[in-house]
Design a protein around this ligand. Structure first.
Ligand code: ZN
Ligand code: ZN
Length: 238
């Protein structure tokens, strides 16, 4: 009987049915109640993912706080600022090992604002990075890093936000992941996983160019059926 009980507990672990463990902490790596949460935040001993808390400071929200205008900087400038930050952090963190993905929250709630999640390929690398980063500074502020239970970002992010329909706005408790520019994505991920993810390198954006460009790139033109747009489904459209 005890066995069945344990099995049941394992099956509901970290879900809303679990009255002991906090489902928000488990899925999103942060919960608005923080240390005062009535459920347990099970900090992992090993994980592929490192969380850097509140690291990104958007110039847009800074402008909002200081003069209430929020318009001191254009969207283009904001994107450039964000891309620079992302690239900077990505290249630094890559020194510890291969990164599978890095995500930055665009949320405004204290527990999520500017959170950076880096998922490494290997747990050892995450551990190493986490230890070192905790002793370092970025742009004048101390870095707070911890191993995070989040490894499945599909589960952690807000579906409505991706459809442009989240009514909770910046204070939503699911991740609103801020996208980087397409060029940067290609540059960072294309380089790292040259062999595994051809998706980022060639076909995805359905630009007009494709139809006019010479067909060098299609290798097996003559043998395969007309290019199946299979890769489209995996292209990073967020
Ligand atoms: Zn909690
Ligand atoms: Zn949302």
């Amino acid at each position: 009987m005890a066995g069945a009980g344990a099995e049941y507990l394992a099956s509901i672990f970290g879900t809303e049915k679990d009255k002991v463990n906090c489902s928000f902490y488990f899925k999103i790596g942060a919960c608005r109640h923080g240390d005062r949460c009535s459920r347990i935040h099970n900090k992992p001993t090993f994980s592929q993912t490192v969380l850097l808390q509140n690291l990104y400071q958007s110039p847009q929200s800074a402008a909002q706080v200081t003069d209430g205008s929020g318009s001191a900087i254009s969207d283009v400038e904001a994107q450039e600022h964000y891309d620079r930050f992302f690239e900077d952090v990505f290249l630094e963190l890559e020194k510890y090992g291969e990164i599978e993905e890095m995500n930055v929250c665009d949320n405004l709630g204290d527990h999520l604002v500017g959170n950076v999640y880096i998922k490494y390929r290997r747990e050892e690398d995450a551990e190493k990075a986490c230890k070192v980063l905790n002793t370092r500074w970025y742009d004048g502020q101390a870095i707070y890093s911890e191993l995070s239970p989040v490894t499945d970002f599909r589960e952690a992010c807000c579906r409505q936000y991706e459809m442009g329909e989240c009514t909770r706005g910046g204070f939503c408790n699911f991740m609103h992941m801020r996208p980087i520019s397409r060029e940067l994505r290609r540059e960072l991920y294309g380089r790292v996983r040259r062999n595994k993810r051809p998706v980022y390198r060639s076909p995805s954006p359905p630009y007009k160019r494709r139809s006019t460009s010479p067909p060098y790139k299609r290798r097996s033109n003559s043998r395969s059926p007309p290019p199946r747009r299979k890769s489209r489904s995996r292209s990073p459209r967020r």
